[in-house]
Design a protein around this ligand. Structure first.
Ligand SMILES: Nc1ncnc2c1ncn2[C@@H]1O[C@H](COP(=O)(O)OP(=O)(O)OP(=O)(O)O)[C@@H](O)[C@H]1O
Ligand SMILES: O=C(O)C[C@@H](O)[C@H](O)C(=O)CO
Length: 351
């Protein structure tokens, strides 16, 4: 696939837009939240996790977001600075908006859920006035996280950021990132997700998130490659559809398709894999790696995070990911190029 190229004056690798929140993950696991007494606090929020992942991998990362004007807002901003993430465009909310909280429930060795407190959150108060064209102009990539489209003025801020990105040849990654809070209808979700997806260069999401973007009913038999074609037609360079433990499918504009398995790990929580995957995949693209290498690297990082207690804190260095791959039994067997119409299970769709 043609490698992305960037003007030399672009001195920031990725600017992420969206929520910075706090994860409260249970110290007592394999029980429901009502039976949990203590939690460990981590920085959270999907785009924040991705930003941390990229910074941990040594990339130059910026962030555009709003945080609460209180101790939690200071905590997350300080954490970003400690990780080397630029916070010049992370601003405190002015009308008492709060930081989002996510309680993870690890109810069994195979099941986990999240309970999010997002009423009056600061991240959705991000407004067009907070979006700097000069800042975005400096970035190679702009990461838009789907939940930031769930309400105004954050929605308009994101579309303005994408307009500036297009104007200055900053490539757009749209991580669909669905959280079932704030959205008012399935139609609203589909309209805004598909508008953002059609404007992106790299589009990634779980199969369920693609189905929401296309307003497909559960149990539909639309093949993954058809979902990908919808967006490659609009100019996407890469479309990645994630399938949890089964792995992921990746499609590139040069009509190559890849089936990616997953690495065997002891699952602790099924959250965070997508954020680790996104940060490590984007690292590979920024390094100029070919798709298979970037996809394997991403899958390894994801496996590490789903077997860890945190998301942000568990993000790995390149050396840690490379040694994880080397130590695993699946090294070199996780990724294969497949016919365009092959499904994640291996069958071929007749369309
Ligand atoms: N049980 C597992 N074991 C190993 N790897 C896993 C497991 N679950 C997920 N992964 C890895 O994480 C990747 C992304 O996971 P998933 O499909 O859940 O995405 P997501 O829903 O976007 O994740 P997130 O919870 O971060 O939003 C998968 O493609 C796979 O590589
Ligand atoms: O995405 C969220 O806001 C929750 C995350 O912080 C949490 O770590 C998770 O679910 C990872 O995707």
């Amino acid at each position: 696939m043609k490698k992305f190229s960037f003007a030399p004056e672009k001195d920031v690798d990725v600017i992420a837009v969206g929520r910075i929140a706090i994860d409260l993950n249970p110290n007592e696991i394999h029980r429901t939240l009502d039976k949990v007494n203590t939690f460990t606090k981590y920085v959270g929020g999907s785009p924040a996790n991705i930003a941390v992942g990229l910074a941990r991998l040594g990339k130059k990362v910026g962030f555009i977001g709003k945080v609460s004007n209180d101790a939690f807002g200071k905590y997350v901003a300080d954490y970003f600075m400690e990780k080397g993430i630029d916070v010049s465009h992370v601003t405190p909310s002015s009308d008492g908006e709060v930081l989002g909280l996510t309680f993870t429930e690890i109810s069994s060795p195979t099941e986990s859920q999240i309970l999010m407190y997002r009423e009056g959150v600061a991240d959705l108060a991000l407004a067009p006035v907070d979006i700097s064209e000069d800042y975005i102009k400096r970035a190679k990539f702009l990461l838009i996280s789907g939940t930031a489209l769930a309400a105004s003025p954050s929605r308009e801020a994101c579309f303005l950021a994408m307009t500036y990105a297009k104007k200055h040849d900053t490539k757009i990654i749209f991580d669909i990132d669905y959280r079932n809070y704030t959205w008012k209808s399935k139609a609203e979700i589909a309209v805004y997700y598909s508008l953002a997806g059609q404007r992106s260069d790299i589009l990634m999401g779980s199969r369920e998130e693609f189905e929401l973007m296309e307003m497909l009913d559960k149990g539909n038999d639309i093949p993954d490659y058809c979902l990908a074609d919808n967006y490659l037609f609009h100019g996407n360079q890469i479309v990645i559809i994630k399938h949890g433990k089964k792995g992921s499918l990746a499609y590139s504009s040069d009509r190559k398709a890849y089936k990616v398995g997953s690495f065997s790990v002891k699952l602790l929580k099924s959250f965070g894999g997508g954020d680790a995957y996104a940060s490590a995949f984007l690292y590979g693209i920024l390094e100029g790696w070919q798709m298979p290498t970037s996809l394997e690297f991403a899958t390894a990082s994801a496996a590490r995070v789903v077997s860890s207690h945190s998301c942000s804190d568990a993000m790995a260095t390149a050396e840690e990911i490379i040694s994880f791959i080397a130590d695993s039994n699946e090294a070199g067997t996780v990724i294969e190029e497949i016919p365009w119409n092959q499904s994640i299970e291996g069958g071929r769709s007749c369309r």
